[in-house]
Design a binder for this molecule. Structure first.
Ligand code: HEC
Length: 250
């Protein structure tokens, strides 16, 4: 009975009860929130204890006794040794490796390889030009037909992610992180060469180098599903639809 009336015992009981309730909440609350709730409860207990002199004295009495009474000497040593051990344990615990993915930044536009193999043939990405683009000046009708092919390829394969209007907001787009590229945005195809797009479309997410976290990109690889000509055609379509000129070296 005397034990229950002691303020220190009351405080410890309230804290342990609060901790048990908070840990039982489902789904589990984040550790930062848990610390915050316990801190608020701690402040409340502090107000409760310091409200009257009797409670203050009752709170300190066991601590005082522990520090000076001769018969509590073993307990005193126990507590004094346990404190650094707990601190060391906590430090070691916090240094353990976790299974969480490291918070590295994903490189959105990594340097492309100089050479890729497409359907067994090797293509030099530095030199590759879109073979269908030449028709733009010389044969406008043939060019329009290539853009039409690109449109068909796009609406059969790409709009689900990249959107009806090429703005990266297709019906599936919300399911992916990173989001499908928004081709209207100046940060994507407007700053890229056509051969870069060829590489990205042919090899997709799996073809990205490690710094671009290949496993996280949902961009499929189209080699084997689209022909070389279809890929160049869909590239024409992307630039014609958005009105961006492709980047060139000259
Ligand atoms: C399943 C969803 C999905 C489909 C279908 C899809 N893409 Fe993507 N695409 C993505 C995602 C996600 C990214 C962004 C991540 C990345 O760069 O790999 C992306 C990136 C790209 C990029 C790179 C843009 C840049 O700025 O680097 C190009 C080009 C591209 N897609 C073209 C296409 C074309 C063309 C098709 C159709 C033949 C297509 N995508 C179909 C999801 C998709």
């Amino acid at each position: 009975m005397r034990l229950i009336r002691n303020a220190l015992v009351q405080c410890l009981a309230v804290l342990l009860l609060a901790l048990a309730v908070l840990l039982a909440v489902r789904p589990p609350i984040p550790a930062s929130l848990l610390t915050f709730y316990l801190a608020v409860i701690g402040v409340g207990l502090g107000v409760y204890i310091t409200a009257t002199t009797e409670r203050m004295e009752s709170f300190w009495r066991p601590l005082h006794a522990l520090l000076i009474l001769d018969r509590l000497r073993p307990a005193r040593w126990g507590v004094l040794l346990a404190l650094p051990v707990l601190a060391a344990g906590q430090t070691a615990w916090s240094l353990l490796p976790t299974r969480q993915a490291p918070a590295t930044l994903r490189v959105i536009h990594p340097a492309p390889p100089t050479q890729i193999r497409f359907e067994g043939r090797s293509i030099n990405l530095r030199e590759a030009r879109n073979p269908l683009r030449a028709a733009k000046a010389s044969e406008p009708r043939a060019f329009a037909a290539h853009v039409e092919t690109g449109r068909r390829v796009y609406y059969q394969n790409c709009f689900q992610c990249h959107g009806d209007n090429l703005a990266g907001d297709g019906p599936f787009a919300h399911a992916f992180n990173p989001r499908p590229a928004n081709f209207q945005d100046l940060g994507t195809i407007a700053q890229l060469q056509e051969s870069y797009l060829f590489w990205r479309i042919a090899k997709g997410g799996p073809g990205l180098p490690p710094e671009s976290a290949p496993g996280r990109s949902a961009m499929p690889r189209w080699e084997g599903r689209l022909s070389e000509e279809e890929i160049w055609a869909v590239i024409l379509f992307l630039y014609e639809m958005t009105g961006h000129p492709p980047r060139t070296w000259d």
